[in-house]
Every structure is written in structure tokens, then in C-alpha cells.
Design a protein around this ligand. Structure first.
Ligand SMILES: [Cu+2]
Length: 118
């Protein structure tokens, strides 16, 4: 019976390891979005990937599904942004993949740069 006990023991260890790794990875979510972007030193480091959901040029607003925005300490989500200049919205439409830069202005967020992703 001894060999069986050894087998059960090592199986238990092998199973526990990946579970521990998963739990740890979850906690790291907020801080470890895109290592490549962190390494970049240019202004492009602040650019965030997003996808246009809705354009409201009359109100100077755009709804973006965006990835993590480190500078605003915001996780990925879909939300409405003001745009600095409504003319910025001429270049994009719903469904477009974009890269943008946003900053906090009072209680709202303003997109200061917006460009098609490709
Ligand atoms: Cu957001």
C-alpha cells in the first residue's frame, strides 16, 4: 500500500500548485496589464486601446470600451467620455478599434487624443 500513498500525496501537491498560481494571478490583475506599454518611454505609453461603441458628436461624447487606463487607475470597462474637440469624432465610428488618451476633468473624463488603431 505504500506506493499508493506516495502517489496520492504527489498528486495532491501537483494539483495545489496550479491553484495557488491562479489565485495569485488574480490579485495581480490591476497592476500587470501590459508590460510592453510600461517599458515605452514616449507619449504613446499613455495611449489606451479601445473600441468605439457610440459616437455622439452633438454632445461631444463618445462611448468607448477600453482596456486598463493606468494613468486614471481605471480597469477595463465600457463608459462615456467627453471629447476635447467634437471634430475628433469625425475620424471614428461605432465598431472602430482606436487608441486614445484620456484625462480626468472634474467629475468626468475627457478624451484628449483619439486615433484609429491601425
Ligand atoms: Cu473607464
Amino acid at each position: 500500500m505504500k506506493p499508493m500513498n506516495v502517489f496520492v500525496l504527489s498528486f495532491g501537491v501537483a494539483l495545489a500548485a496550479p491553484l495557488a498560481a491562479m489565485a495569485g494571478g488574480d490579485h495581480g490583475h490591476a497592476g500587470h496589464g501590459k508590460p510592453a506599454a510600461t517599458a515605452a518611454t514616449s507619449a504613446a505609453a499613455d495611449m489606451v486601446d479601445g473600441e468605439v461603441r457610440k459616437v455622439d458628436k452633438a454632445a461631444a461624447k463618445v462611448t468607448l470600451k477600453h482596456g486598463e487606463i493606468k494613468s486614471l487607475e481605471m480597469p477595463g470597462m465600457t463608459m462615456v467620455f467627453q471629447v476635447k474637440d467634437p471634430a475628433m469624432l469625425d475620424a471614428v465610428k461605432a465598431g472602430d478599434k482606436v487608441r486614445f488618451k484620456a484625462e480626468k476633468a472634474g467629475s468626468s473624463f475627457v478624451v484628449t487624443e483619439l486615433a484609429p488603431a491601425n
